[in-house]
Design a protein around this ligand. Sequence first.
Ligand code: NCD
Ligand code: ZN
Length: 343
Amino acid sequence: MDQITLRRPDDWHLHLRDGAMLRAVAPETARHFARAIIMPNLVPPVVTGDQAAAYRERILAALPDGDFEPLMTLYLTEETDPNDVAAAHASGLVKAVKLYPAGATTNSASGVRDFDKVRPVLEKMAEIGLPLCVHGEVVTHDVDIFDREAVFIDTVLDPLRRATPGLRVVMEHITTKQGADYARAGGDDLGATITTHHLVINRNAILVGGIKPHYYCLPVAKREEHRLALRAAATSGDASFFLGTDSAPHVDPLKENACGCAGCFTATNTMSILAEVFEQEGALDRLEAFTSLNGPRFYGLPVNEGTLTLTKGDPVTYPAKIETEDGAVTVFDPMMPLHWRVD
Ligand code: NCD
Ligand code: ZN
């Protein structure tokens, strides 16, 4: 097989930022993807329906001739008003609410500390069928960073789901075998996104031969056995799993820094990388399920009408960096030649 045509893909977890960065990175996603779930962790965060509507307009303005639909989310805080969430959902504006445990990742300081305080919002969401996207890591200092996802599942996510029957949950950017196993067993109300980079790198990429800040993201890449479990999940065709790139741009000086920011920028070459990975796994026929079918099914949205064709040939070239008015953003280097070109 040297050519494959898919329904146009969607990205179910994307950071577009704002201002100059938004203008520079939005076209990188819109070139290949029809829709994306837009993360609300701006400074200040996108908390209300009005803020999400205004952010949506800024995204559309950054894509003047774009054929791209931003799917907006609200950032859950302990002050979030269940009625505002319900109204933003009823109007069709908001497709999910994002839960960041306070302190878990970039711009998560306004996230949730006391889960009892958000119970009324979660109950309202269960009632109206609005999904909760979860950054699944505990932040307590006594839990090792490589264990934070597995501990979150046992101590936060599972109790929260049991306490809120009917709540639809997306485990965002899973990085562990435990995450994949829990998502697979969770039934129709549970899904999981997997990033492009977690299918390619394990923690050696960050730490061997010198510290490599462009491979640092959160949740941090784990051991090889976990990468293999994620590859098995993504390429299985199981409807629980769909693509969320978590493409998260930071300018180089903020990555190449004594306290470097978390995030890998994969918008530019994601589809070529995924085709390579799925081919390596003998699963090219299941790429479409992962990128284009399982996500809309979970979110109750139609699949895209358009298509995207990938053709196999000589190694694909792509820019090493995307220039922005704020500085350069390094594109994720998968450390392997990519042979699938998006036509
Ligand atoms: C994201 C970002 O930079 O906003 N960073 C990351 O490493 N993934 C935040 C997030 O999704 O955790
Ligand atoms: Zn993210």
